[in-house]
Design a protein around this ligand. Structure first.
Ligand SMILES: Cc1cc2nc3c(=O)[nH]c(=O)nc-3n(C[C@H](O)[C@H](O)[C@H](O)COP(=O)(O)OP(=O)(O)OC[C@H]3O[C@@H](n4cnc5c(N)ncnc54)[C@H](O)[C@@H]3O)c2cc1C
Length: 385
């Protein structure tokens, strides 16, 4: 800590979900000490990243393709237990096993250029700029590099429809869903074409008075396995958008919905009959442009999430298209800033790879930076003597 009370570190990792823990693991393995060289900050109350908030009926057997964190497998998981408990417990022992010392609950409020102030804002060598100032609920950090791993859970996306404020029933987002019980006997409209929409709809349908499913585009159900080749193709599509400076699209828009036995049964029973998006809400339901109406007590928006990166706004990383252009995990506008679990790496396997890539890149930058600092010190010494 310097005399202004600001803690100086080499790297700040924001977020202790899959992406943040993978990055912390690789930092540690490369010899960086937690709390001395780097810190991991997370504003959730417990280990587990966003998994800790997922609804209790999302049991572990309903999770598709959860990849273990690097260096420690997830063994003997009871498939009937909520994934929030299984993965929360796994992340907890992971943090302890590798001594990652996650600071929680700590909110990162803003990250900005350190410039214009006390000595810790001095330019730092090869990074071509100053330290970044990370403002948090436990005080400020001055860091040479930043790994942002804040996921999307904190930014549920709510679509806007005319008449939303007049609707007399309940409107909620899939992030607030806590199982089907509260929908018993209700007429429910589910909005959205992703996996959450389908899973929640299938749980609600047996207890609700009626369900209606609406999606913007006709859903694409994917038959057959989703192997490495399909995964690579999906990632390439998201990468292309990011390259163009556009915000990344939802995962399902590039992967399609996996066809499972439960989905096949639900389709046969008519639960997954889909309608296009309605035009507006009324006090008692929804209306389409052709005059068709459906009466409803609840509207459930399973409409996805956006990247939770508002705290990076002072760095002005966004392109005019609204996205952030990147080279690997490094943002093009600021070589000190890496986004992991963002866009092409927004999956458990992608987050693992991104964590490793970000650390490799940052270590190169830090090494170059230190060399330059030594050279500058030597030059200053020779001038002084
Ligand atoms: C319902 C659901 C099911 C999914 N199932 C799968 C699946 O089966 N397989 C798969 O590969 N992917 C799945 N995904 C995608 C999955 O969420 C990601 O692959 C991965 O778990 C995300 O990890 P993450 O570390 O990027 O984010 P998160 O797990 O969201 O972690 C981000 C962390 O950052 C913290 N944070 C955020 N903002 C701040 C801030 N300002 N200050 C401090 N801390 C902050 C949060 O508290 C959180 O702990 C699913 C997503 C959803 C919504």
């Amino acid at each position: 800590m310097n005399y202004t009370g600001v803690r100086e570190v080499e790297v700040v990792v924001i977020g202790a979900g899959q992406a943040g823990l993978a990055a912390a693991f690789h930092l540690r393995r490369a010899g960086h000490e937690p709390d001395r060289d780097f810190v991991v900050l997370d504003h959730s109350p417990r280990p587990g990243g966003a998994w800790q908030f997922r609804w209790p009926t999302l049991t572990y057997d309903k999770v598709h393709g959860m990849h273990a964190l690097p260096g420690m497998t997830l063994t003997d998981a009871d498939p009937q237990r909520p994934s929030s408990e299984v993965i929360g417990g796994y992340f907890d022992s992971y943090e302890q096993t590798f001594g990652l010392r996650v600071h929680r609950p700590v909110s990162v409020l803003a990250v900005r250029e350190g410039g214009g102030g006390p000595p810790w804002t001095e330019p730092v060598g090869a990074l071509g700029g100053k330290r970044l100032r990370v403002e948090t609920s436990e005080g400020d950090y001055a860091t040479r590099a930043l790994i942002n791993a804040t996921g999307t859970w904190d930014r549920p996306f709510w679509p806007r429809f005319p008449g939303q404020e007049t609707f007399g029933g309940r409107q909620l987002h899939s992030a607030q869903y806590d199982g089907p019980e509260r929908f018993r006997g209700a007429r429910v409209v589910v909005v959205g074409g992703g996996t959450s929409a389908v899973q929640q709809l299938m749980e609600i349908a047996p207890v609700a008075a009626a369900t209606t499913w609406v999606t913007r585009r006709p859903p694409v159900f994917r038959e057959g396995p989703f192997g490495e080749e399909q995964g690579r193709a999906a990632v390439a599509l998201v990468e292309e958008r990011v390259r163009q400076g556009l915000p990344p699209r939802s995962v399902v828009s590039v992967t399609g919905l996996p066809m499972t036995e439960a989905i096949r049964r639900a389709r046969e029973s008519g639960v997954l009959e889909r309608l296009p998006l309605f035009e507006r809400l009324t006090p008692t339901g929804v209306v389409w442009a052709d005059g068709r109406t459906v009466e409803a007590d609840v509207i459930l928006y399973a409409t996805g999430f956006r990247a939770a990166i508002d705290h990076l706004a002072p760095l002005r990383l966004r392109e005019p298209g609204g996205g952030i252009r990147m080279e690997g995990t490094r943002t093009l506008r600021d070589a000190r800033v890496h986004l992991v679990g963002y866009g092409p790496s927004a999956s458990t396997i992608g987050a693992n790879r991104a964590g490793r890539a970000a650390v490799r890149d940052i270590r190169r930058l830090l090494a170059a930076d230190h060399q330059l600092s030594y050279a500058e010190d030597a030059l200053a010494d020779s001038r002084a003597s």
